[in-house]
Design a protein around this ligand. Structure first.
Ligand code: ADP
Ligand code: MG
Length: 246
């Protein structure tokens, strides 16, 4: 798409927290399995962006993460690639034990457009694997989405309101979650979704903080986001790329 990621190489990257894993310079020696490397190649990605260089090893090490980087810096792949890699690691177990599979990963995103983008990227990166991804969002007929969600999936991407509809009706549960991603956290805050998100985090079916990996992504890092990171994340690393306003 003619995007020039080289300019990011001169950007300041700051990681804080305990036991910070080394950044990965190339997808090839990042520990991602061959299927993912093939799908990355098909996507035309030559090398990781700065947020990907740092986030990949952090997520692969099983750590919680709060990452701030500007729009267009590649945050989607920064969480999808290591997440799909880890889900595939246990794929045998997923096949054997689950005809119906409860979501292993839930990604919460503010808008229908962004949710569909994440859904398409997830399908692209998990192509030719057993990973099934389902998307749910408001403003569309609920029936088809409910049918899809109730058939089971590994990755569920959705907007806060529609996700809550489904869990409240018992059509999906959060009890098998290994990953929870809050994408575009600052936008979700601006759009007034925090009560919905707080309710999801405290939902009776939600697995405990220490039993899942929680990842938060944001373009800015205002005080409310810092507070949420402190509340929802467990012994997390904080990654900031470039100039992050607040
Ligand atoms: P953000 O979520 O940070 O706003 P996106 O994840 O939407 O950014 O990525 C912005 C664009 O850059 C997308 O079109 C994506 O496909 C592309 N992109 C992401 N990572 C890479 C990469 N390593 N190499 C080339 N293009 C990339
Ligand atoms: Mg994004």
């Amino acid at each position: 798409t003619g995007m020039n990621f080289d300019k990011y190489d001169i950007m300041q990257v700051n990681v804080t927290g305990e036991n910070i894993p080394k950044p990965t310079e190339h997808f090839k020696n990042s520990g991602l399995r061959q299927l993912l490397l093939d799908n990355i190649h098909k996507s035309g990605y030559l090398r990781p962006t700065p947020v990907q260089k740092h986030a990949l090893p952090i997520v692969m090490a099983g750590r919680d993460l709060m990452a701030c980087a500007q729009t267009g810096s590649g945050k989607t792949a920064a969480f999808l690639l290591p997440m799909i890699n880890l889900l595939l690691h246990d794929s045998k177990e997923l096949i054997v034990t689950n005809e119906y599979c409860e979501p292993q990963a839930v990604i919460i995103s503010p808008t229908r457009e962004l949710t569909l983008q994440i859904f398409n990227e997830a399908r692209k990166f998990s192509h030719s694997s057993i990973i099934k991804t389902v998307v749910v969002y408001g403003g569309a007929a609920v029936y088809h989405q409910a049918q899809q969600a109730m058939k089971g999936c590994h990755i569920l991407v959705g907007t806060p309101g529609r996700l809550l509809d489904f869990v409240d009706k018992g059509q999906i549960t959060f009890s098998s979650l290994r990953f929870l991603v809050l994408d575009e956290a600052d936008r979700m805050l601006d759009m007034g979704f925090m009560p919905d998100i707080e309710r999801m985090m405290g939902h009776p079916t939600m697995v405990a903080t220490g039993e899942r990996q929680t990842l938060m992504f944001s373009a800015t890092f205002p005080e409310d986001i810092q507070r949420l990171a402190g509340k929802f994340l467990n012994n997390y690393l904080f990654l900031a790329v470039g100039i992050v306003g607040s």
